[in-house]
Design a protein around this ligand. Structure first.
Ligand code: ZN
Length: 243
């Protein structure tokens, strides 16, 4: 069983399509999506429809909740507020109902899925080993998959209080089975690690390993749609820089 793991698509259809095309070449049986299907980008309904048609196992992210009016927009910066308001206006009833149906957490075999963290699924950013260390007590499975930071990373529990962080190499299998891990596949639609390519991972159930990948996508196509939609210019510009 190969599972394609995607997160933080952020209404970027061109990036999602590029990831699906590349992942198809490797092959996958199921899709797990770690939230923030919408927000920031120009194609919220297209992305929800695509995720839905993949029959992905999905969870809710903070931008999904903002678009559903479940969290106050004041918690966001100005550009994100503007994009969230725009997204709310765009969402079809079908998209709203899909997003409303997504839980904050899921447990699937030996994996817990949370957008931010298992402790505070919607909002907490696991950016540092100390934050990861505090989170290992908040899930029971061996592994937790998170998104939210838009930076691909792996955190390994060292003992009850310590964790180490490392940036996984691309295109080579990272063996599972050696201790507990918190794994972030990075962001499909708005990477923030200085690499503008869409980020994703593929879990290989037989080999007990996970592989991280990056794929180029036509950034200009997304930027043009954002401009046409009147979305903040800064949000379009940042895609080219991967931050
Ligand atoms: Zn996000």
């Amino acid at each position: 069983m190969h599972i394609l793991i995607i997160s933080d698509i952020h209404s970027n259809l061109a990036a999602l399509e590029a990831v699906l095309k590349a992942a198809n070449e490797e092959g996958y049986d199921r899709v797990w999506c770690l939230g923030d299907v919408v927000g920031y980008g120009p194609a919220p309904n297209d992305c929800v429809t695509e995720v839905q048609s993949l029959e992905a196992l999905c969870i809710a992210g903070n931008h999904d909740w903002a678009a559903l009016d479940r969290i106050p927009l004041e918690d966001f910066n100005r550009d994100a507020q503007e994009a969230s308001r725009w997204t709310r206006d765009q969402l079809t009833l079908q998209s709203v109902s899909y997003l409303e149906g997504q839980p904050k957490l899921r447990v699937e075999g030996d994996f817990t899925l949370a957008h931010g963290s298992p402790r505070y699924p919607i909002w907490e950013y696991i950016q540092l080993p100390s934050i990861a260390a505090a989170n290992f007590a908040h899930f029971d499975t061996s592994y937790c998959l998170v998104g939210h930071t838009h930076v691909p990373a792996v955190f390994r529990a060292l003992d009850d209080r310590k964790a180490e962080m490392f940036f996984p190499p691309l295109d080579v299998p990272l063996a599972l089975g050696e201790g507990r891990l918190i794994i972030n596949p990075g962001s499909v639609g708005q990477p923030r690690d200085g690499d503008s390519r869409a980020s994703y991972a593929v879990l290989d159930g037989e080999a007990d390993a996970i592989r991280f990948h990056r794929v180029e996508y036509p950034i200009g196509r997304t930027q043009t749609r954002m401009k046409e939609a009147g979305l903040p210019k800064r949000l379009a510009d940042r895609l080219a820089f991967g931050w």
